[in-house]
Structure formats: C-alpha cells, structure tokens
Ligand binder design. Structure first.
Ligand SMILES: Nc1ncnc2c1ncn2[C@@H]1O[C@H](COP(=O)(O)OP(=O)(O)OP(=O)(O)O)[C@@H](O)[C@H]1O
Ligand SMILES: [Mg+2]
Length: 228
C-alpha cells in the first residue's frame, strides 16, 4: 500500500529552473527509502514537495491520501501531523532549552504544557538526550543537536519521517548514530525518506532512489546494480 505516490511530477522554480521532471515513484508504508544524487539533483526539492513546503508544478502527488495540489491552509496542518521533518533549514531555537524545543510542536498543535512535557521527555529519552534537557542548543555538539532534532521530529508520533541530509555536518561515527536512531523508528513501522551524499550509509535501505539533474535515473537495493 503506497503512502507517498508521485506520478509524472515536475517542479519548476521561478526563473524557469526545472528542479524535478517527470518523477514517478510509489513509496510503501513502512519503507526505508534513501535519495541520492549530486548537488542540485533535486533531493531537497523532492522532500519539500512531500512535506508540502513546495507545490508540484505538474503531475500528481499524493501523501497519505492527500492530493498535494489541493493542499491549503486547512489541510496542511492535518498533513503535517503525520510528518516528522528533519530539514536543514529547521534549526533548533537558541532562545529556549532542549526540552522546550521538543515540546514546541505539541504546544503549537494544542497540547497542554503537562502533556507536551511528558511526551517530549519520552522522545528525548529515546534519542539518549534526556540528560541535556535543560541545556541550550548552542551548548550541544552537532551530533547531539541532530539527535534533539530527531526527538522534535518524532514527538507527535508521525507516520512518515522526512530527513534532508541528516548526517551532512557530522563525522562518520555521529552520522551512523543519527541514522541508527532514524532507522529504529522505521523498524517500529514509520515510513522514512532520507536524502544523503554518503554512500556508506545506504546498507539498510529497502530502496535507493537515484536522482540526477531533476530526473529519476534509477532505483536499486543496497547490493543490486542500477535499474529503473
Ligand atoms: N527556491 C529555489 N528557487 C530557485 N531555484 C531553486 C530553489 N531551490 C532549489 N532550486 C534549484 O533547483 C535545483 C534542485 O535543487 P535541490 O536543492 O533540490 O537539489 P539537491 O539535490 O538537494 O542539492 P544538494 O545536494 O546541494 O542539497 C537546483 O538547480 C537548485 O538551484
Ligand atoms: Mg539538498
């Protein structure tokens, strides 16, 4: 059963930049999918389309039954509750501590402070960061900040996790740890779509989607040759 479905999707940005063209791809519930490809291939754009941060210019995109062309101010919050986003531009807020950062998405969606605190505590525990709950983000290492970002992304129990190069700023050991944490949520049933430049991190993938210059050039499994 596909939870994300691209059919001939294209994305043009202003200035006539074609970031994606004719993408057709079905991602099944519970899958662990990696996006690879050189800089400018369209990886971030593909994730932003799934997140509803950008709209497709053509074709059909459905995410958890939502037609993304019809996304509006009423339907976006419903969709977002099903998504956990670990995107490069969504940094932690430095004016509040780790616990408050992780509580924030729940507070915004109407949870009580008590409820938000309890659930944020559980999420921080899962990523091994409860000991730093009172710290400010800037006092954490890059790997620790990324673990807090994961806690923030999963605190509302999303069905889908989208992660845009979650290991890009980390050394190999910390990158592996961060990925292991995301993959643990996948094993618990959460669909995960993760972009990466690092081929060493792909061994657990169900499928690896290869993009180049906005085109899907192949889909493979970790040990197979390229084949669309
Ligand atoms: N907001 C924007 N406005 C105009 N062009 C954009 C915008 N965002 C991305 N692009 C262009 O779309 C293309 C795809 O960009 P995208 O960021 O999706 O690539 P990427 O695969 O994530 O690259 P990287 O590995 O460097 O992160 C690039 O040519 C980029 O310059
Ligand atoms: Mg990118």
């Amino acid at each position: 059963m596909s939870i994300i479905s691209f059919s001939h999707v294209s994305k043009k940005y202003a200035g006539d930049v074609t970031a994606l063209s004719e993408i057709s791809l079905d991602i099944n519930e519970g899958e662990l999918v990696f996006l690879t490809g050189p800089s400018g291939a369209g990886k971030s754009t593909l994730l932003k389309l799934i997140a509803g941060m950008e709209k497709p210019s053509g074709g059909m995109l459905q995410v958890s039954g939502q037609d993304m062309r019809k996304l509006n101010r009423t339907t976006l919050p419903f969709l977002r509750r099903k998504l956990g986003l670990i995107m490069q531009q969504q940094r932690l807020l430095n004016d509040r501590n780790v616990l408050a950062n992780v509580m924030l998405p729940l507070i915004i969606s109407g949870a009580t402070t008590q409820e938000a605190k309890e659930r944020a505590t559980v999420a921080l525990e899962r990523v091994g960061m409860l000991g730093k709950a009172q710290a400010l983000p800037k006092a954490l290492s890059g790997g620790e900040q990324q673990r807090v970002s994961i806690a923030r992304a999963v605190v509302h129990k999303p069905r889908i996790i989208l992660a845009d190069e979650p290991t890009a700023t980390l050394d190999r050991e910390n990158g592996r740890m961060v990925l292991d944490m995301i993959e643990a949520f996948n094993r618990a049933g959460v669909t995960c779509v993760i972009s990466t430049h690092d081929d060493r991190l792909l061994q657990d993938a169900d499928r690896i989607v290869q993009l180049t210059q906005g085109k899907l050039i192949g889909i493979r499994t970790p040990n197979s040759e390229v084949g669309a």
